[in-house]
Design a protein around this ligand. Structure first.
Ligand SMILES: Cc1cc2nc3c(=O)[nH]c(=O)nc-3n(C[C@H](O)[C@H](O)[C@H](O)COP(=O)(O)OP(=O)(O)OC[C@H]3O[C@@H](n4cnc5c(N)ncnc54)[C@H](O)[C@@H]3O)c2cc1C
Length: 130
């Protein structure tokens, strides 16, 4: 299996000095709400890759990620400079266990998060029919 899928940045929205939404078109395998993608960019000949939770529901496109830039962060400092049309790389298979199929049945599901940890909660609540 190929190590990276080349995707294309569709849009980048800057909410504050450090908070961004990145939209990407990429032909990766199907995912479940609550899972994450691995995003990567080439830095001095090496791929720098980090996980980011899908904010879009599984059937929605483009894929959407919400992230905060870290001072001197090897990937986020570069992600924030991407513009529509730029290339970005994704691992072919999404991963992660914060998915409804892993959560025991119940009447209410409480999702409590701070900062960008809210991204996977957003992905879960946008899953239709749950
Ligand atoms: C399963 C998983 C899902 C993730 N989903 C998201 C997501 O949806 N959005 C997102 O912004 N990040 C997410 N992260 C963190 C992300 O993978 C990167 O670590 C982060 O974007 C920083 O990358 P970097 O290369 O710039 O800096 P790094 O070298 O990776 O990190 C620099 C320092 O910042 C700390 N740090 C990393 N992420 C954060 C953060 N979000 N807030 C405060 N401190 C942080 C690290 O612990 C480290 O000490 C997720 C991490 C995991 C393990």
């Amino acid at each position: 299996m190929q190590k990276w899928v080349e995707g294309t940045v569709v849009n980048q929205k800057r909410w504050t000095e450090t908070l961004f939404t990145l939209q990407v078109e990429a032909d990766v395998a199907a995912f479940e709400a609550g899972q994450f993608a691995k995003l990567a960019l080439a830095v001095e000949g090496e791929m720098v890759a980090r996980p980011y939770s899908f904010v879009n529901a599984p059937k929605e496109r483009p894929h959407e990620f919400y992230y905060v830039t870290l001072p001197n962060g090897p990937l986020t400092q570069r992600l924030s400079k991407l513009r529509a049309g730029d290339a970005i790389y994704l691992a072919p298979r999404p991963a992660g266990f914060l998915v409804l199929s892993e959560i025991p049945d119940g009447e209410n599901l409480w999702l409590i998060s701070t900062g960008t940890r809210g991204a996977d909660a957003l992905g879960l609540v946008r899953e239709p029919g749950k």
